[in-house]
Design a protein around this ligand. Structure first.
Ligand code: PNS
Length: 177
């Protein structure tokens, strides 16, 4: 029977650490579904459409990588997709406690599903989506830590901040000068 794995997460945004895990998973399993959790955060930086588009573009060269969204309990989604494995990345000891709790809770909810942990390449072991957003917002360089398409879109977000009425007034008065 082909082994089908699900790699769940928020991916806001996708980092090269995630990419590394997905590529490893694609070599190990017959099929791997990257499952983006809907409504993980109240105000994500990237919309679900943007995250889907980014992830699909990055993995379009890998036919056994599928990108999908899910809502509700992860184990229910895994069962619905007839998958047998949940893949999670482990970067450091600090990840362990939360991941351990999740794996055991998921096993309690559905004993037929196994969680498999994979380590990313060491150059990505300190990267997280949260840090990427913080560093970029403060003007730091994230080149090489996220796919190029994510870097481009981060730049577009900074170039197109939502304009306030005050900004609009200033822009109009500058245009008149
Ligand atoms: O990218 P993240 O935030 O590390 O991903 C966490 C995720 C999506 C794997 C986790 O929050 C999850 O599985 N959410 C779905 C709801 C669920 O099943 N909760 C119980 C987990 S034990």
């Amino acid at each position: 029977m082909p082994t089908l794995a699900v790699y769940p997460g928020s991916f806001d945004p996708l980092t090269n650490g995630h990419v590394d895990i997905i590529e490893r998973g694609a070599r190990l399993f017959d099929h791997i579904i990257v499952a983006l959790l809907v409504n993980a955060e109240k105000s994500p930086l990237f919309t679900m459409e943007e995250r889907l588009d980014i992830t699909r573009r990055v993995f379009r060269h890998l036919p056994n990588v599928e990108v999908d969204t899910f809502n509700g309990l992860l184990v229910d989604y895994v069962e619905r997709r007839h998958a047998q494995v949940i893949v999670r990345g482990l970067r450091a000891v600090s990840d362990f406690e939360f991941e351990f709790q999740m794996a055991l809770m998921n096993r309690q909810l559905n004993g037929r599903i196994e969680t498999v942990f994979m380590m990313p390449a060491e150059q990505y072991s300190y990267i997280s989506s949260r840090l990427i957003k913080e560093v970029f917002a403060l003007g730091g360089r994230v080149h090489g830590l996220v796919p190029d398409t994510v870097e481009d879109r981060l730049r577009q977000k900074v170039q197109k901040p939502a304009s306030s009425p005050t900004t609009r007034k200033r822009q109009k008065s500058r245009a008149r000068k």
